[in-house]
Design a binder for this molecule. Structure first.
Ligand code: ZN
Length: 158
């Protein structure tokens, strides 16, 4: 049997790539690389730490399944979805309708309790005695449209 030098070389190369891959994987602070297993809630754009209260403070509007808010740090318009056992956070696609693109899932803080109900298109959320009111995306769009109408161009010729 004749040994094949090119096969041996590619095997060595593969081994080197594998070692480099393992080395890179170990790098920054043993943090999980997979964003899907993020224990903390972080902004998908700037990675700032967020809490449910912070996200609600910055909320803009809601649609069933997603609460849209502006990141307090980078001001990017993103969303979170409170599911039964986890919170999903993600970006919004460039679309006239709400188009959530999931980024990561996080666990609720321990002993976390949230009450919510929708009244006349306004979502009322209570967390630890604090209440937030978030308008539906429909109400929000109508409001911003009427606001845009009230801002008239300055010098109108008569
Ligand atoms: Zn951000």
């Amino acid at each position: 049997m004749e040994s094949n030098p090119s096969l041996l070389l590619s095997l060595i190369l593969l081994w080197l790539i594998w070692r480099a891959f393992l080395f890179l994987k170990k790098e920054p602070g043993n943090k999980p690389r997979n964003p899907k297993s993020n224990p903390e809630i972080v902004c998908p754009t700037c990675r700032a730490n967020l809490s449910i209260e912070k996200m609600l403070d910055a909320s803009v509007c809601f649609e069933p399944g997603a609460i849209v808010f502006d990141c307090p740090d980078c001001k990017d318009r993103i969303y979170f979805s409170p599911y039964e056992n986890h919170i999903e956070i993600g970006r919004l696609g460039c679309s006239p309708v709400l188009d959530p693109i999931p980024f990561a899932n996080s666990d609720y803080p321990e002993n976390f309790k949230m009450k919510s109900e929708i009244k006349n298109g306004v979502l009322q959320i209570q967390v630890a005695g604090k209440e937030w009111r978030v308008p539906s995306v429909k109400i929000f769009l109508e409001e911003s449209r009427s606001k845009a109408k009230t801002i008239k161009p300055r010098a109108e010729n008569s």
